[in-house]
Ligand binder design. Structure first.
Ligand code: AMP
Ligand code: FE
Ligand code: FE
Ligand code: ZN
Length: 288
């Protein structure tokens, strides 16, 4: 049997592995295919593609966007986009700026609580354009202000805790459109973790292509429930570990194994859209 892991983070967002390390661990896990899905970044994809080519692993360009619909947060995975797509890069850059400003706001809240963290130390530690709360947590640990990242989230960073700052998000419908115009497929990430069931029909109407049924934090029952939903709405099925690095001493990559037949189905959906990839709608409507 061939397997894939289609949800992986690197140090280009809040993961701790380089693209090459991800691919190395993917090879050890025996993966036939993998996708990088960094938060608001496609920067790691060129290096991961090269490392995959050398390792004989199929690489899929990916991204994870934080979006919302009807005030419900939803993470959108994009696959097979053109990583050079101009609109994609411009929009992603806006959300990277949002992330950087949010770090400053979270640090200001910490300072008000007499926790003497400096924003600069978070940026130095993050060393990427897409910093997030895990970097603040790690900086707190590094500065000796918390014992563990978990403690940092519990005390300060979790939703509605004193240093939590809501994040400006893109509209989910726009997110689906953004991924499509870059030639990609749009997939709802870990629906079992967000309360996103009620917005599935609206996203399907907007062209959602798939749903992440298999995820580290989905029980077998949850996975089965979303397989049924995928069937009902004619959505493609994806899955991945959501590896951010080591978890309990082991790389999480390959902890969720998506049967390769689902990758075949994703590819035929992209191929059937084929020549439309990256071509503006106006060109399609007016071919002469
Ligand atoms: P952000 O995008 O800055 O809001 O951070 C979200 C990221 O933080 C997620 O992708 C996870 O990697 C991580 N995260 C979220 N909640 C927790 C938590 N309670 N404990 C540890 N990490 C978390
Ligand atoms: Fe993350
Ligand atoms: Fe997510
Ligand atoms: Zn993720």
């Amino acid at each position: 049997m061939k397997f894939a892991d289609l949800h992986l983070h690197t140090y280009f967002s809040d993961g701790t592995f380089s693209p090459e390390e991800v691919v190395g661990y993917g090879q050890k896990a025996g993966l036939a295919a993998l996708a990088l899905t960094d938060h608001d970044s496609v920067e790691g994809c060129t290096r991961a593609a090269a490392a995959c080519a050398a390792a004989g692993i199929e690489f899929i360009t990916g991204v994870e966007l934080t979006a919302e619909h009807d005030d419900i947060e939803v993470h959108l995975l994009g696959y097979f986009m053109d990583a050079q797509n101009e609109k994609l890069i411009v929009e992603i850059a806006k959300f990277q700026a949002v992330r950087q400003n949010r770090i400053r706001e979270m640090v200001a809240h910490l300072n008000e609580l007499n926790v003497p963290l400096e924003a600069e130390s978070v940026f130095v530690l993050a060393n990427c354009k897409s910093p997030g709360r895990p970097h603040v947590a790690r900086a707190l640990v590094k500065a000796g202000l918390c014992k563990t990242s978990d403690e940092a989230f519990e005390r300060f960073l979790k939703k509605n805790r004193p240093a939590w700052v809501p994040k400006a998000k893109m509209s989910a419908l726009q997110g689906v459109g953004l991924i499509h115009q870059a030639g990609g497929l749009a997939v709802m990430a870990h629906p079992g973790l967000n309360r996103t069931d009620e917005i599935i029909p609206a996203l399907v109407d907007a062209g959602l292509d798939g749903i992440e049924c298999f995820h580290t934090k989905h029980s077998t029952k949850t996975a089965e429930r979303y397989l049924e939903i995928a069937d009902k709405f004619n959505l493609l099925v994806t899955g991945g570990s959501d590896c951010h690095g080591f978890s309990k001493g082991k790389p999480l990559i390959g902890g969720v194994k998506l049967p390769y037949e689902h990758v075949e189905k994703l590819k035929s959906r992209v191929e059937n859209r084929g020549s439309r990839a990256g071509i503006p709608d106006s060109t399609l409507r007016n071919p002469h």
